[in-house]
Design a binder for this molecule. Structure first.
Ligand SMILES: NC(=O)C1=CN([C@@H]2O[C@H](COP(=O)(O)OP(=O)(O)OC[C@H]3O[C@@H](n4cnc5c(N)ncnc54)[C@H](OP(=O)(O)O)[C@@H]3O)[C@@H](O)[C@H]2O)C=CC1
Ligand SMILES: O=C(O)C(=O)CO
Length: 246
């Protein structure tokens, strides 16, 4: 939303902050586990009746616990991911923001670093920045080449933050091990999107916040915002409260 323009026109803008952080972090963690342990692929292996021999080493996954997770965008959802990773899976946390997040540093021993350093050192790179002019194609050819070729890339933010052609090349050329993607440049993505032809990518149809409970809570807060707005009162989660003169 162009909030400045809405404010100029005296139009209220509201959102549903806070209530989807844990749900989205669960989904992102699901992508991390699915890509690392190759869960969708091995699920299909069993269902296709192929489990008549022992698993071969080329079907093994990689560990998640005690690895290094780099979070680009340590905000609300990034912090909820760091909590799961550090307190639950004993992972080391690196992060990159434009400013320091002291709370995440204290609670999850997160270490601040510049983007290149994070890319070079992380076993998992999780992108959680908003979509802005500054973050458009933040992950491109140069950034994927900086990552370890054993590393896994996760995008739970917005599709436009990634150059999809560069991601395809990185996965195809094995510059990185795998990717887990909840969001695409164009949604729904074209079924002919070359990314979908790759074995080393796990995809979801932008379902970060799509649980029964979370969708209900978001709808309820959206309805409460709307009811207040229609009565001319300040909505519970207004983005541009300056409309009300404070
Ligand atoms: N997949 C899904 O279903 C969902 C996806 N999302 C998406 O997840 C993302 C994160 O959401 P949320 O955690 O609520 O957002 P927050 O605003 O809480 O966090 C965003 C973080 O990104 C950092 N950031 C912003 N710009 C830059 C930049 N140019 N370079 C580096 N860091 C930057 C901010 O820190 P600083 O300002 O210091 O740079 C901040 O820590 C958003 O893209 C959102 O749209 C949200 C909900 C569900
Ligand atoms: O709820 C979602 O799906 C979002 O991405 C919100 O930003």
């Amino acid at each position: 939303m162009d909030v400045a323009e809405l404010t100029k026109r005296n139009i209220m803008a509201t959102n549903t902050p806070g209530i989807l952080d844990d749900t989205t972090a669960d989904a992102i963690f699901g992508l991390m586990l699915s890509t690392a342990r190759r869960i969708p692929e091995l699920n299909q292996f069993v269902k296709d009746g192929k489990w008549n021999i022992s698993l071969q080493p080329d079907q093994y996954g990689v560990d998640v616990h005690h690895k290094t997770l780099g979070i680009i965008g340590m905000g609300n959802i990034g912090s909820a991911i760091a909590k799961r990773a550090n307190l639950g899976f004993g992972m080391n946390i690196l992060y990159h923001n434009r400013s320091r997040n002291k709370q995440a540093e204290e609670a999850y021993q997160a270490i601040y670093c510049d983007l290149d350093e994070l890319l070079e050192q992380s076993d998992f790179v999780c992108l959680m920045v908003p979509a802005t002019k500054e973050t458009e194609k933040l992950m491109g050819e140069r950034q994927f080449k900086k990552m370890k070729n054993t590393a896994i890339f996760i995008n739970g933010s917005r599709g436009k933050n990634v150059d999809e052609d560069a991601l395809y090349d990185a996965l195809q050329n094995k510059d990185i091990l795998a990717a887990g993607i909840d969001v695409f440049t164009e949604e729904p993505t074209n079924p002919k999107n070359p990314l979908l032809s790759l074995k080393n990518i796990v995809t979801l149809p932008h379902i970060g916040s799509s649980t029964t409970e979370c969708e209900y809570n978001m709808s309820k807060l959206a309805a409460d915002n709307l009811k207040s707005g229609l009565k001319g009162e300040k909505p519970p989660s207004i983005i541009n409260p300056e409309i009300f003169g404070n």
